[in-house]
Design a binder for this molecule. Structure first.
Ligand code: BGC
Length: 744
């Protein structure tokens, strides 16, 4: 290339050693960067612009078809702006060199990856982590993930997943924060803050990506990639707030979802990508498709061919095409034929280049690919400690009727039985990024490391996770018979949750139910330890086993965290963020349902219920026990009547009525009794996690604001309506104390 030309480009875009601070403001506005983006844009050919709108996978793992194997040639040809599934300081540097040295304009690549619950040090799956109700811990786990990922050359994570999920058949429930809009919104903010740290441009920050926009969690019948159809009211009230909270927290990018929403696939949905996201929410970052979803608009039946799908997506407001290659194939031609405005392409390119400038890639395209930092950062001791702490905080004690737990460390013979006990691969769960499952601590190892030298730990597999073989059963029964106590580990394989992992049955897979029944028959004290990524229908276990512990997939330190809880080194405090149904037929079952005109009355047939199943969940939203007990006093309000400008202070005395120090998640719910549209029977509005010593009491006070009492009224305006409200406080959504006030 001509030397003078190079100098002109360098001057225009500021390549010449510009040392300005990279960090951009949360709004993304930075006029100096805008100027540099525009200066670069004028130099670009139409093909180069479209290249910036294209994201291809490298040859690492993929979740769909690898459209192009020759992606390195595409980089050279300036046809690619970003690469995903490539990580590691060395590898990203090599790929970056192709873009920087061999393309005409030397525009650096952006490297993205699914860093969902840790990068190398793996934390609990997001659904599990949400059960900690510990926002600071969740922010910290995202922070650690970003530190590790950014040290390995990554600039961008495809997280947080903000899809509200009310249907446990949908395997992707594991990736989110559960069923509740309020809690989901707070967690979405925490995760964005964690990933983006002190700001884009800092060496340890990665761009967050809010996904999957929108309403992917509501796919019909819980079947992945299926159809979503819902009212605008439900969309705005239940599903949109967590995405919006993430955008308001400064998330740099948004990913579309695979599903259609009310007849329009998300990647061609202008209402979502332009009207709501950009116009209503003022989002200034860029939008990427989920995988080949532009291409998928053809089988959806909304686009006839490559060109119409590409035009539909761009015109809807989608900036970057992940993996389909449709933008590359069609946009240039459409502009040349006068069928598409080039200014739309320019806008999309601007938004993407802006992020590359904010990241400081034009000053130093290799600044994140630093082998030295990679070595000293990845899986350091403090990260592993945080992963263990986050893991034990995520554990939910579902039952402990006979107080078998916590176990003594000097039990003589402890049997650890079941297919999850030594299942190292399963511990890190699905979407475990660059996590090395071989480094995970198994339940068996965690237990062995915790017990006293005099304890004999016996082990039997009992069954495989998901087949009908009974070959391990007899030995497991024998082992149980020899033991004083049995820890029975059962659950799902990690990949039975996550993407493309919908289930029509929520029973324990394979012969595990039989295994539990056989072990229970031995008459030995049994503690069931569950590993799973969604609620399971475990009625039999609930009825017959006195101690049950929900451990999800807890990550690298799983075994140690589980042992911490089993032996009482940590008093469990997790609470379910998703309702456990009694049977699949009850689904969708969630706590904030409507009352109906015929609320359930056991003595009246013609009320809203089943002939063959209770309406009640097995375990309600917000539920979880501790090794101590908590009692709740009356709910006291500072006013019984408020005007439309006023707030109400709600107080409840919570007492640790047991013998151990423990933490409790105190939950505040409201109900608006009469509205211009019907309101849910309960809605979470706040919570506090408190630590109480035995016998200690604390007055827990919440302030209910007008915002907390607002909803989308009959005319879809958002605000309050006068009338009576009930306020509930409790340790779960079912067992609550109540008070009432009037909004005048
Ligand atoms: C998933 C996304 C993910 C993307 C890239 C898709 O199949 O739906 O959640 O970010 O792949 O790996």
């Amino acid at each position: 290339m001509n030397r003078i030309y190079l100098i002109v480009i360098a001057a225009a875009i500021g390549l010449a050693g510009c040392q300005e601070k990279h960090t951009a403001s949360a709004s993304g506005s930075n006029s100096k960067i805008d100027h540099r983006v525009d200066s670069l844009l004028v130099l670009m050919t139409l093909e180069e612009k479209v290249g910036q709108l294209t994201l291809f996978t490298s040859d690492y793992d993929v979740t769909g078809p690898t459209i192009r194997e020759n992606y390195k040639e595409d980089i050279k040809a300036g046809k690619v702006g970003a690469i995903f599934n490539a990580f590691g300081a060395d590898y990203t540097r090599k790929l970056q060199e192709i873009a920087v040295k061999e393309t005409r304009l030397h525009i650096p690549l952006l490297f993205g990856y699914d860093v969902i619950h840790g990068h190398r040090t793996i934390f609990p799956i997001p659904l599990g982590e949400s059960a900690s109700w510990d926002l600071a811990a969740m922010e910290q786990s995202a922070r650690i993930a970003a530190e590790e990922a950014s040290a390995e050359g990554l600039h961008w994570t495809f997280a947080p997943m903000c899809d509200i999920a009310r249907d446990p058949r949908w395997g992707r429930m594991a990736e989110g924060a559960g069923e509740d809009t309020y809690l989901g919104s707070r967690i979405a903010e925490a995760r964005v803050k964690g990933f983006q740290g002190k700001g884009i441009g800092e060496l340890d920050a990665v761009l967050a990506c809010v996904k999957h926009f929108a309403a992917y969690g509501a796919v019909q019948a819980g079947r992945d990639y299926h159809t979503t159809d819902m009212s605008d009211r439900v969309l705005r009230e239940v599903y949109l707030p967590p995405y919006k909270a993430a955008v308001d927290a400064g998330a740099a990018t948004v990913m579309t979802s695979f599903n259609e929403l009310n007849g329009i696939p998300a990647s061609g949905n202008k209402y979502l990508m332009t009207d709501i996201l950009r116009k209503e929410w003022n989002f200034t970052g860029f939008v990427v498709t989920d995988y080949t979803s532009i291409m998928e608009m053809i089988p959806h039946g909304i686009a006839e061919d490559t060109a119409s799908a590409a035009a539909l997506a761009l015109e809807a407001g989608v900036d970057m095409d992940m993996q389909a290659g449709f933008y590359n194939d069609a946009l240039g031609k459409l502009v040349k034929e006068g069928k598409l405005k080039e200014s739309l392409i320019d806008d999309a390119v601007r938004r993407i280049l802006q992020k590359k400038f904010e990241l400081g890639l034009f000053e130093d395209p290799y600044r994140f690919s630093n082998e030295e930092r990679e070595k000293t950062t990845v899986m350091k001791k403090e990260f592993l400690d945080a992963a263990r702490d986050g893991a034990r905080k995520s554990i939910v004690l579902l039952k402990n009727d006979k107080n078998i737990l916590p176990l003594s460390k000097s039990i003589k013979r402890l049997a650890v039985i079941g297919p999850m006990a030594d299942a190292r691969r399963e511990m890190i769960g699905s979407w475990s990024a660059a996590g090395d499952w071989k480094k995970a601590v198994t339940i068996l190892e965690g237990i062995k490391a915790a017990v006293s030298p005099g304890t004999q730990v016996l082990y039997a597999k009992g069954s495989n996770i998901n087949d009908d073989s009974t070959k391990y059963l007899a030995q497991a029964i024998q082992t149980a018979k020899q033991a004083d106590v049995v820890v029975l580990t059962v659950g799902e394989a990690a990949l039975m949750t996550g993407e493309a992992a919908s289930r029509a049955s929520l029973n324990l897979p394979g012969i595990q139910q039989r295994l539990v029944e056989e072990i229970q028959k031995t008459g030995k004290p049994v503690v069931v330890v569950l590993s799973n990524g969604r609620p399971l229908t475990i009625n039999w276990i609930d009825q017959h086993i006195s101690s049950v512990v929900e451990t999800w997939f807890l990550g690298t330190q799983a075994g140690h965290a589980i042992a911490d809880v089993l032996f009482g080194d940590y008093n469990p405090a997790g609470k379910l963020t998703v309702t456990f149904p009694r049977s699949v037929g009850q689904i969708p079952l969630f706590y904030n349902m409507k009352n109906t005109g015929r609320p359930m009355d056991p003595n009246n047939k013609y009320t809203s219920k089943y002939l063959d199943e209770s309406n009640e969940p097995l375990y309600p939203f917000g539920y979880g026990l501790s090794y101590t007990t908590f009692s709740y006093g009356d709910v006291v309000l500072d006013k019984n009547k408020i005007s439309q400008q006023e707030e109400v202070k709600v107080t409840c005395k919570v007492t640790n009525s047991g013998k151990l120090a423990g933490e409790e998640v105190v939950q505040l719910y409201i109900r608006d009794l009469v509205g211009s549209v019907t309101r849910p029977v309960k809605e979470l509005r706040n919570f506090q996690k408190i630590l109480l010593q035995p016998g200690e009491s604390k007055d827990v006070t919440f302030t209910l604001t007008q915002q907390d009492l607002s909803f989308y009224r009959k005319d879809m305006s958002f605000g309050v309506e006068p009338g009576k409200f009930e306020v509930y406080i409790g340790g779960n959504s079912r067992d609550v104390k109540k008070a009432a006030f009037v909004l005048q």
